[in-house]
Design a binder for this molecule. Structure first.
Ligand SMILES: O=C(O)CCC(=O)C(=O)O
Length: 241
């Protein structure tokens, strides 16, 4: 496993230096973006969604269309400003997804987010917000630093049984990672955001703890760019200005 490297700069006060590190590494961690109260409000809103009320805890696609708390999170000025820097122009929202990841939920197989979205290189990125502390045993993310530089990578089909608590497209295939890139596990604390380049290979570990691992994923694209809507996700641009 590779020694984990992260930028020492923040988009709050050194955006140019933070951007240079993001372009080199393919990710950026920003702490204290959401307060404890905001994380708790989002978790509560997750449990108020129709699926959760019916004891269905697979990741909920597009909660921003159901509850304004999620739309407000997607529109958080710091996220919109940072994403606009990362995608090289005014960012539009594209997708939200709320992850419950109850104990024993399987991880998300290795993938590049842009595999699903089919946008041009460098104009699409994700904000993965930990609503509870996350670490390798608790569904923590796996990343391959600098793998975004490889562009579109091939995948191999997987033949796993479905896990009712995981996204139905999470384990269909996995990215074949070139041997020069190394796996890193990351621990992202509550309220922090992992910004992910659309071509960075990443996935997640299973949740082996007895606590739920709540995460809110928002994805963004440069407003003028094309993307694939997707049969399951049904992505549509959300204007943020
Ligand atoms: O939160 C997870 O388990 C993985 C989510 C993810 O990587 C994604 O949706 O792109």
């Amino acid at each position: 496993m590779q020694q984990f490297t992260r930028s020492t700069y923040s988009f709050k006060n050194a955006p140019e230096k933070a951007l240079a590190d993001y372009l080199e590494l393919g990710y950026h961690i920003e702490e204290n973006v959401f307060s404890h109260q905001e994380c708790q409000a989002l978790i509560k809103a997750g449990h108020d969604l129709d699926d959760a009320k019916n004891n269905i805890f697979r990741p909920y696609m597009m909660p921003h269309r159901q509850n304004p708390v999620f739309l407000e999170a997607m529109k958080k000025p710091f996220l919109v400003n940072t994403l606009s820097i990362l995608v090289g122009g005014q960012a539009a929202g594209l997708q939200s997804e709320f992850f419950y990841c109850k104990p024993e939920t399987r991880g998300f197989s290795l993938h590049q987010d842009n595999f699903y979205v089919e946008a041009a290189y460098g104009v699409f990125a994700s904000a993965w917000t930990a609503l509870t502390d996350t670490y390798p045993e608790k569904g923590g993310l796996i990343i391959y630093p600098e793998s975004h530089k490889a562009g579109n990578l091939p995948v191999r089909k997987l033949h796993l049984d479905t896990d009712a608590a995981q996204d139905p497209n999470a384990n269909n295939e996995e990215t074949i990672v070139p041997s020069q890139y190394s796996l890193c596990n990351v621990a992202i604390p509550e309220g922090a955001v992992l910004f992910i380049h659309g071509h960075l290979v990443h996935g997640s570990n299973p949740n082996k703890t007895n606590e739920w691992r709540y995460v809110l994923l928002n994805t963004y694209i440069k407003s003028s760019e094309k993307f694939r809507a997707g049969r399951y996700a049904k992505r549509a641009k959300v204007e943020l200005v």
